[in-house]
Design a protein around this ligand. Sequence first.
Ligand code: IMP
Length: 183
Amino acid sequence: MSMMRIVNSQPEPSILITKEEIAVAVRRVAAEVKRDYQGELPLLLGILKGSFMFMADLIRQLDFPLEVDFVRLSSYGSEKESSGKIKIVQGLHSGVKGREVLVIEDIVDTGLTVSFFMNYLRKKKPASLKLCALTNKPSRRQAPVAIDYLGFTVPNRFLVGYGLDFNERFRNLPDICVLEGEG
Ligand code: IMP
């Protein structure tokens, strides 16, 4: 069975950004990160679960010393919406104070999740704090977010694949897709 054929009458994903286009963007973002952080021993802090694939590809392009950690945040929203009430369900294992911290996010949609987390980190007094996002959906912004390194600006569609999920499915798709029939 083809990987793209979905059973149980789930919506069908169709490709928006190909894996080749993703690879080009990851190389470009990695070059920017390398230019700014080489020699600094940065802490790359991924927001789970969606950033895991981007993080894995990005750090393989970064051939200098760095550290990696992950946090898991949860928002009390519906499947597709962030409610703005966010809590940290799996916290930091690394010290942030005095570190060069680069947050890695899959998608900035309303901005509520990442703005909450950046404010939380800022209070821990890192030496610097920046944001790297694979995708940005600016049309939906509710909280202001400065994105320092960006893969793609995307339309206001629900995206899956390359780490992004709908109901925990489709994270394994190698391309970034939209769900057909989505509202
Ligand atoms: P925000 O707080 O609205 O910016 O949402 C951020 C989080 O919502 C992301 O880290 C994703 O987990 C999830 N999210 C937002 N838009 C999408 C999407 O189009 N596809 C999959 N997940 C999404």
